[in-house]
Design a protein around this ligand. Structure first.
Ligand SMILES: *[C@@H]1O[C@H](CO)[C@@H](O)[C@H](O)[C@H]1NC(C)=O
Ligand SMILES: [Cu+2]
Length: 675
C-alpha cells in the first residue's frame, strides 16, 4: 500500500475519532482495508519480518456490545485479531487496538501452525513442476520432462503426519495431469503425493505407493459448454424465465444492518467463517424480539474413508485450515441469483500485509417461495392463498475441487434456514487396470476412483430467544410406556414429545436419531396459549455420525463432529470448535469443544447464556452422476419458532387470493393482491 494512501487513511481516521464522522459504523462491521493497514503497520513496528496469515475484526465482547447499545454513544474500541508468522515456525497472536494504534496483546504460542493462505496454496504447483524427484515420478508414469506443464496439483493441508513434526509448515500436493489445458485433470490423477514445505518452498518428501497405477488412458470428459456442444449438444428447449422487481427490493440496508419483513440483523463476514449474522430480531406486531445473537458456520471437516497410506491425511478442515472467507468467490460474473441483487464486499490481508478486497463476496436477494399458506373450504370453494417470499444472504466458496454454496435464508413465518449446496468436482485418485475401487471408493469414470468421504459442518448458534438465558431440550417423539390394553393406553396409540433439558456442559451432548429435534427455549417466558416456553426448534435431518473411529486421527482432531449437538456456556473467546490454530494439530489432546467441556464440565447450561454447536452434513458415496461435475446437492438446517408466537406470525402477508363463504354466496369480488 502506498504511503500516501496510508497517511490519507490515518487522516480520515483521526477525523472519525474526533467525532466528525457522518457515516455511523456498527461495531460488528468487518475491518476495512484502512483498518487492516493500520493493524499491519502496528505489528510491523514491533516485528518487521513477519507474514500475515489473518487480520480480522475481534468482535467486541458480548457484554460490551450490550453496554454500547444501552449507553447509545459509548465508543467501542476497534480491535484487530492478527495471526502472523515468521521463519522457524514462529507464530504471533496479536491484538491491535486500531484507534489507539497500539498492541494490546502479543502472544507467541508454541507447537501450533497458522492457517494456510491462498498465496501459500497458489505457489505449490510451480514448485512441484520443477522438482527433480517429481519429474522423476512423472517419468515413471510415462510423462516426459518436456510435459511438466501438463502436470497440475491441488495443494491440500497435510492434516497431520507423524513423520514430520519438526515445526515445518507443510502441505500435500494431490497430483493430476491434463492431456490438454482445457481437459478436466481429475480424470488423470497421478498416484504419488509430494509433501511441500511452505517456508522453504521445497518438496521435502514424496509418498509413493507400493502398487503403482499408470496414467489413465481414458478419453477426457469435460463439462464446459464447448465440449458439451461437441459431444452431446446443449438442450435447446428452454424458453427464457424473467424475474423482475420493477419497484426494487423489499429490504433496507443501513450499513450492514438489514431490515426485511419483520427481520432485522447485522451481516458480518470474516476470513474464516464467511457470513456471520448477528443480533437477529423479529418484530412481533411492534414488539422487537431477539432470536439469535450470532449465527455462523464455525468449522467443517471432510474426512475421506480410504485406509491406505497416505489417504488418511485427507480430512481438510476447510474453515479452520483455509477459511471460508478467504476462499469465497467474487460474485461479479454472476452468482446465478435472479432478480434485483445487492452485494457486499469483503476485505482481507495478503501475506505481505497489503489489504485487498473481494468484490461482491456476499449476495443479498429475495426469491418467490411458493405457497406460504393456503386453504380452500371444500363446501363452497371460498379460499385464501398467500405466496411466500424469502430473503437469501449467500456466498460461495471454492475449496480446491469442491464448491460450497452457503445460503442463509429468512422466511416470513419466522423460520431461519441454512441451506448448503455441494457442487464442484470430486477429489479423485488413480485406479490401476483391473483394480476395484470398492469398498472405499467408486469408479465414477474409467480409471477414476472417487474415495468415499463425509462433509461435516459445525453450525455455531448463540441464541437469544427473548433474552440470553436459554435452555436446550432434547425433544424425542416417543410412544407411551404404558402397554396396549392398559388404562392409560388402552388402544396403544398414545405418543408424546419427551423433552429433556440439557443441564451441564459435561451432559450437554446429544446425538441424532430420526425422532429427535432440539428446542432452544427461554423457560422464563411461556406461550400464552400452550403454556410452553418460547423456543426455536433446531430441525436437522442430515446428521450422519462421524465415520472415523473413536481414537482415530480425525476423531481426535474433529472433536465437534463426534456428536450432533454440544451445548456450552457462552465464552467470548470460544469461537472455533476445532481450536483456533487447526493445521497440523495431532488432536492429542483434542482442541476446541472437547477441551472446553473437559475444563468446565459441571458448568450449568440450563437457563444460562449458552452456545449451541450443531454438526450436520452428508456421507458422500460418489457415483457416476457426480462426474465430471456434481449437480448441486442441497441440505438444510431449520430454526423454527415453536411456542414463540401466539399465532401464525405471517397472517398479515397480503394474500394473492382470498374469499369468504359469504363473499362467495353473495358474489362479492375476491381479494386479489400480494406482490
Ligand atoms: C440489536 O437490534 C436491536 C433491535 O433492532 C437494536 O435496538 C440494538 O441496538 C441492536 N444491537 C446491536 C449491538 O446492534
Ligand atoms: Cu462430497
Amino acid at each position: 500500500m502506498a504511503l500516501e494512501r496510508l497517511q490519507d487513511t490515518l487522516g480520515q481516521l483521526a477525523g472519525k475519532v474526533g467525532g466528525l464522522t457522518t457515516q455511523t459504523r456498527h461495531p460488528l462491521d468487518p475491518l476495512t482495508e484502512d483498518e487492516i493497514a493500520i493493524a499491519v503497520s502496528v505489528v510491523k513496528e514491533r516485528k518487521s519480518d513477519v507474514i500475515f496469515n489473518a487480520v480480522t475484526l475481534l468482535e467486541p465482547k458480548k457484554a460490551d456490545l450490550r453496554t454500547w447499545v444501552e449507553s447509545g454513544d459509548a465508543e467501542l474500541p476497534r480491535m484487530a485479531d492478527v495471526i502472523a508468522s515468521s521463519k522457524g515456525n514462529k507464530i504471533y497472536d496479536v491484538l491491535v487496538d486500531i484507534k489507539a494504534k497500539a498492541v494490546v496483546r502479543w502472544e507467541e504460542p508454541k507447537d501450533v501452525y497458522p492457517g494456510i493462505t491462498m498465496e501459500d496454496l497458489m505457489v505449490v504447483e510451480e514448485i512441484v513442476r520443477k522438482d527433480p524427484k517429481v519429474i522423476e515420478q512423472c517419468g515413471i508414469l510415462g510423462i516426459p520432462p518436456t510435459d511438466m506443464h501438463k502436470v497440475y496439483c491441488d495443494p491440500w493441508t497435510i492434516g497431520y503426519d507423524e513423520r514430520f513434526t519438526d515445526g515445518s509448515r507443510l502441505q500435500q500436493a494431490l497430483m493430476y495431469y491434463r492431456p490438454n489445458v482445457d481437459d478436466l485433470q481429475y480424470t488423470y490423477p497421478l498416484d504419488f503425493c509430494p509433501i511441500y514445505n511452505i517456508e522453504t518452498q521445497e518438496i521435502i518428501h514424496i509418498d509413493v505407493p507400493e502398487k503403482r497405477r499408470p496414467l489413465n488412458k481414458a478419453p477426457p470428459t469435460n463439462y464446459d459448454a464447448e465440449s458439451i456442444q461437441k459431444e452431446i449438444g446443449l438442450r435447446d428447449d428452454l424458453k427464457p424465465i424473467h424475474i423482475t422487481q420493477p419497484e426494487g427490493v423489499s429490504f433496507k440496508l443501513d450499513g450492514r444492518t438489514i431490515d426485511w419483513q419483520k427481520w432485522n440483523f447485522h451481516i458480518g463476514f470474516n476470513y474464516r467463517e464467511g457470513i456471520v449474522l448477528s443480533n437477529v430480531t423479529f418484530n412481533d406486531r411492534g414488539n422487537v424480539r431477539p432470536v439469535f445473537w450470532r449465527i455462523s458456520l464455525a468449522e467443517m471437516v471432510v474426512p475421506y474413508g480410504n485406509p491406505d497410506h497416505p489417504h488418511h491425511r485427507k480430512h481438510a478442515f476447510d474453515l479452520g485450515e483455509y477459511g471460508a472467507g478467504y476462499m469465497t468467490n467474487p460474485l461479479a460474473m454472476g452468482c446465478d441469483c435472479k432478480g434485483a441483487i445487492h452485494y457486499l464486499d469483503a476485505s482481507f490481508v495478503r501475506k505481505n500485509g497489503e489489504p485487498y478486497t473481494i468484490k461482491n463476496a456476499i449476495c443479498i436477494h429475495e426469491e418467490d417461495d411458493g405457497i406460504l399458506f393456503k386453504h380452500t373450504d371444500f363446501r363452497d370453494e371460498s379460499s385464501t392463498t398467500t405466496r411466500a417470499r424469502k430473503l437469501i444472504i449467500s456466498q460461495i466458496f471454492t475449496a480446491g475441487n469442491y464448491e460450497y454454496c452457503i445460503y442463509w435464508i429468512m422466511h416470513q413465518d419466522g423460520v431461519i434456514q441454512l441451506e448448503v449446496k455441494l457442487t464442484g468436482i470430486l477429489s479423485t485418485y488413480a485406479l490401476a487396470p483391473g483394480e476395484s475401487a470398492a469398498p472405499y471408493g467408486t469408479e465414477v469414470y474409467p480409471g477414476v476412483n472417487a474415495h468415499h468421504h463425509q462433509h461435516l459442518f459445525c453450525l455455531r448458534l448463540d441464541p437469544s430467544i427473548d433474552g440470553h438465558a436459554n435452555t436446550v431440550f432434547e425433544v424425542d417423539a416417543v410412544a407411551s410406556d404404558a402397554p396396549v390394553g392398559s388404562r392409560e393406553n388402552r388402544y396403544g396409540n398414545a405418543f408424546m414429545a419427551r423433552k429433556t433439558p440439557l443441564q451441564t456442559m459435561a451432559a450437554g451432548i446429544s446425538d441424532y436419531n430420526p425422532s429427535r429435534t432440539w428446542d432452544i427455549a427461554n423457560t422464563n417466558k411461556l406461550n400464552p396459549h400452550s403454556g410452553n416456553p418460547v423456543s426455536y426448534k433446531l430441525v436437522s435431518r442430515e446428521v450422519p455420525g462421524l465415520m472415523p473411529k473413536e481414537g482415530s486421527l480425525v476423531w481426535n482432531r474433529a472433536g465437534f463432529a463426534r456428536h450432533a449437538v454440544h451445548v456450552t456456556r457462552h465464552a467470548d473467546e470460544q469461537q472455533f470448535p476445532a481450536g483456533r490454530h487447526v493445521p497440523q494439530h495431532s488432536g492429542e489432546p483434542s482442541q476446541g469443544l472437547p477441551a472446553w467441556i473437559a475444563a468446565n464440565g459441571p458448568a450449568s447450561i440450563a437457563n444460562e447464556d449458552i452456545v449451541v454447536w450443531h454438526t450436520f452434513g452428508v456421507t458422500h458415496f460418489p457415483s457416476p452422476e457426480d462426474y465430471p461435475i456434481m449437480p448441486a446437492e442441497p441440505m438444510s438446517v431449520l430454526l423454527r419458532p415453536r411456542n414463540f408466537f401466539a399465532q401464525n406470525p405471517c397472517l398479515d402477508v397480503p394474500p394473492s387470493y382470498s374469499s369468504t363463504p359469504s363473499g362467495v354466496r353473495e358474489g362479492r369480488r375476491a381479494f386479489r393482491g400480494g406482490a
